[in-house]
Write a protein that binds this ligand. Structure first.
Ligand code: FMN
Length: 171
């Protein structure tokens, strides 16, 4: 399957980047075609709510920023993986922008499944992010393939890697 991983931590060698890379390694080993994008290193603005896309734009966004690189990848992926650190009890802003910029086309056209990888410092901080993720799965009518979280001493461990591999093998 075609898999797109959106990695949203600005820390290139951080915990979320590690989880995303482990997912990519496992998915490629299982024969999937994987694209990993660090969206935090892209210039992706928030939606302007100008409604250009739904009027004159015929589904195209008026903002010509780095989201234009993501639209074709989003359009063809069958599995969308969100990888994000928890900031203030929810998904970080760097993952919110590309999700909300899908407003112009409503949903990624080919996506059948989604997965979520999250890291945090503390335990018990995932409720808000999980609720948002589940609501998006429902709204886009895609299956939730699974969620892996890693807080503090779970980060970059063999146990977390095993959970990621199990998720991939369950796709
Ligand atoms: C702005 C900011 C807000 C954060 N908010 C939380 C939080 O609400 N709960 C928590 O447990 N950790 C919080 N953290 C810690 C990160 O979630 C944690 O260090 C995570 O592993 C960072 O991922 P990374 O290594 O991929 O960047 C915050 C970090 C930053 C920079």
């Amino acid at each position: 399957m075609k898999i797109l991983i959106l990695q949203a931590s600005p820390r290139a060698k951080g915990n979320t980047a590690w989880m995303a890379q482990e997912f990519k390694n496992a998915a490629e080993a299982a024969g999937h075609q994987v694209t990993l994008v660090n969206v935090s290193h892209k210039k992706i603005a928030g939606c302007l709510a100008c409604e250009y896309c739904h009027t004159k734009g015929e589904g195209a966004c008026i903002q010509k920023d780095d989201m234009q690189e993501l639209y074709p990848l989003m359009a063809e992926t069958e599995v969308l993986v969100l990888a994000a650190p928890v900031y203030y009890f929810t998904l970080c802003a760097q993952i919110q922008a590309p999700i909300q910029r899908m407003y112009c086309v409503n949903k990624p056209a080919q996506v059948k499944k989604m997965a979520l990888l999250m890291s945090s410092y503390s335990p018990g901080v995932y409720t808000g992010a999980m609720a948002e993720y589940k609501d998006i799965c429902n709204y886009w009518n895609v299956a939730d393939a699974g969620v892996v979280t890693a807080m503090n001493d779970e980060q970059k461990t063999d146990e977390t890697k095993s959970k990621i591999v199990a998720l991939v093998n369950n796709l």
